[in-house]
Write a protein that binds this ligand. Sequence first.
Ligand code: NAD
Length: 491
Amino acid sequence: MSILKNYINGNWQSSTSKETIDVVNPADQQVLAKVPYGPDMKNDVAEAVIAAQKAYREWSKVPVMKRVQALYHLKSLLEENSEVLAEIITNESGKTKAESFGEIQRAIENVEVACGTPMLMAGDVIEDIATGIDEMMIRQPLGVAACITPFNFPSMIVFWFLPYAIATGNAFIVKPSEKVPLTMMKIFEFIDQLDVPKGLVNLVHGGKDSVDAILEHPQIKAISFVGSTPVARYIYSKGTANGKRVQAQGGAKNPVVILPDSDIEMSTKIIADSVYGCAGQRCLAASTIITVDDQQREVKDALYETVKSRTTGYGWEEGVNMGPVITPESKTRIEGLIQKGIDEGAQVLLDGRNASISGYEKGNFITPTILENVALDKELIKTEIFGPVMSLISMTTIDEALSFVNSGNYGNMACLFTGSGANARKFRNEADAGNIGINIGVAAPMAQFPFSGWKDSFFGDLHGQGKHAIEFFTQTKVIIERWPNIWSRKF
Ligand code: NAD
């Protein structure tokens, strides 16, 4: 069984840590690789920073038009190899084939947007801000930046940051989730082919110890984190206390409101995709569905019909709509939350516990679950389930639904299904969430826009993707110049 190597200073090298943990296919528990782990990973982080710092000095002097040529090359390598990448994503994370291809596409779109850096990082100039004096603002890179990513999007999330960081002249370190490191191993084979200085982009494995080494290293100037809220909060507070620029995206609990004037058939199909896509392991997964004004029965019946026909199984097989959840511990936790909801008074319309998939009996499968009339003040409504569980609740007015939406701690996404522009306008204006969907089930911002979580779903100022990423990875410098008029002198 191979032990994964780090990619540091342009070389694949063994970790200094002898400790490892298994990377496991969640569909059948097959061990795919061993990934280095543990406190000695701090040596690997330190080595990566030395290499990155050296590369940064050279790279920041390379003209931006030349820097983005590496991104054009990376885009074509990702496109040419998308099939092999998608299969790795499915095998280590459990996603379906379509979901794996979908996230690669989103990664590529971020590379494309970052190719616009020669325009996006342009500064401002005012000539004659005072008589004979010009003032300009330019953007300069920060130095070495790092990202720490979760298991649920093994390729895409790194690309909310990496292409922008290097296009603006920084060096970069990637610390992927220890549960899904194989996708980045493959992507770093492509990075190895780019015409960039050795050490510009580095891959260091591990878990909390690697993260702590990143948080403590004085030469790492910026950290981009995506993961659960407690870890996001920890990284934001420790990173900023250590003087770093930090953007930390956390967990979520996303409500969806269906008004009586919506197209029920279309809405329920979209909502089912939103709840059960990636087995509910998406930070933008719909979780609580709120029907308004006595239409619960109609919505419930339509949802039931749509959901019961979904096929759960090994994601690479044709016709499978939903894969397993990531670990046996995750399956146990989700099944425990379903039981708790039932104990607290919810009725079960579909119970996905104790699922057994033929040929994949050891997999972490839970089939789609629907709970109705879940108690509003109880854990199931407040906790991020991160599994294929829909909680159906009923309210009487849009105002009541809105005040429920705004009562949660998270603010990643809120969606409304309606046929009324006035209701849509009210919702998008008043809902306390950073990403709003109107007749859209997964309001995932495209690469041009910031991935805009609020409340406990985000700690920081500038989000990932687009112009926010350009700003995050650069610091502004203002120059005021006066040039005495030498032309009038006689030589
Ligand atoms: P996680 O927080 O367990 O892990 C994320 C990263 O942090 C991993 O690289 C891991 O090695 C590291 N880590 C874990 N525990 C740590 C600790 N105690 N100290 C320091 N580092 C630690 O998250 P996960 O289970 O991999 O991912 C699922 C979570 O990510 C969900 O809560 C989901 O909502 C969230 N998520 C959020 C977004 C978003 O855009 N807001 C996107 C995707 C996922």
